[in-house]
Ligand binder design. Sequence first.
Ligand code: OAD
Length: 312
Amino acid sequence: REKLPQYNTVDDALQLLSTRRRIMVLSGAGISVSCGIPDFRSKDGIYSTLQSEGKYELDDPQDMFDKQYFLSNPSMFYSFAHRIFPSNFVPSSAHRFIKLLEDRGQLLRNYSQNIDTLEQIAGIEKVLQCHGSFASASCTDPSCGYTCKGSGIAADIFAQRVPKCPRCEQRKVDEAKKPSKKKRKLGNGKSWRPTDDSDEDETDETQLPGFGILKPDITFFGEKLEDKFDHALLADREHVDLLIVMGTSLKVAPVSEILGHIPHSTPVILINKTPVLHLATDIMLLGDCDRIVQYLCRKLGWHLPSVQPSQD
Ligand code: OAD
């Protein structure tokens, strides 16, 4: 991807911001750091903290968000989740800047990799949470289909308890009541780990401790992004006239590949603390994203919107 020689400076960024009407914002954990939520890959980010604490048995700190690890040992995730569960966090200037673009009719869509739901709190409507979020939770047994609001598992998260699926629990009770029937055979997607016959269940997911419990609707490694990601990208790629990449190391696919899907002529502005070397950027604004967007707004005569009180 070649850089466009006509866009280089802060003045170019200001000019693009004041004229473009279909701006795609690709955001990541960096925009929530000032809200008190660490990012993942900075030196004081979640992954290095997990590594240095050594408190969890993880080969790779990223395994904290790995589906297979979760199913094998859900209590590990739930002993940690309270540290990132959104509670009382207030959106940053960077979130409010995205909301401002939306209010001005300039936001095509915010592709967020964040799971903290701060976009909703900031009132951004055109947001796609590419990696899901804590806003809801679902049963890990696909045949169960139970879902609830994220607030429904908040008490468990803060108590560092694994949240049980009420429907699966009820089913267990009902099954136990059935007088003479033998326990269902393993592998039918609806059975639970029996206490005695563990030799039968080597790789059967339905026998793992994390099967049939509630998991926040966050996309873990090993899970596919929701179809709406592909649909949105397909719809947006023809229309985008400016891409702003903000607060992300852009290391996780498929979000990191978005740039490959949009026209080469689309200018790209990076607003980030550190350079993203594999990203072909036209204008790189390096530093704290809140200070940068505040500066841009001052120059443009724009005012960041205040955050409305939460509905929940
Ligand atoms: P990373 O932690 O990989 O990157 C955060 C980026 O934000 C880094 O480049 C930082 O330099 C930058 N940054 C930090 N503080 C900043 C600030 N105040 N102002 C501007 N920039 C700042 O986070 P993501 O790229 O979002 O996946 O990570 C992508 C995905 O990897 C996450 O969604 C998560 C993770 O594994 C899941 O949870 C599934």
